[in-house]
Write a protein of this length. Sequence first.
Length: 93
Amino acid sequence: MRIKPALRERVAFYHLNLVAPDWPGLGTFDVIFCRNVLIYFDKPTQAAILTHLADHLQDDGLLLLGHSENILHLTDAFVPCGRTAYRLAPRSS
């Protein structure tokens, strides 16, 4: 895959073990693409991954999943905002 130089300066790729207990050093993101990945894990592992994803998503960020992935029965951290798009649910203070 090739990325134009102006964009390449702002893109970073990392290897990430989704089932690792910690995801250190990632920071937070405006958009997370996790399409057609969760379907390969059991429900408890999916829930744990979603918790990590919520921790690394900006408050106004967007989580994009695959068409066959429904997470509403796994977590209350996200609310749907489209068929495959989710935003963080309002956090209680």
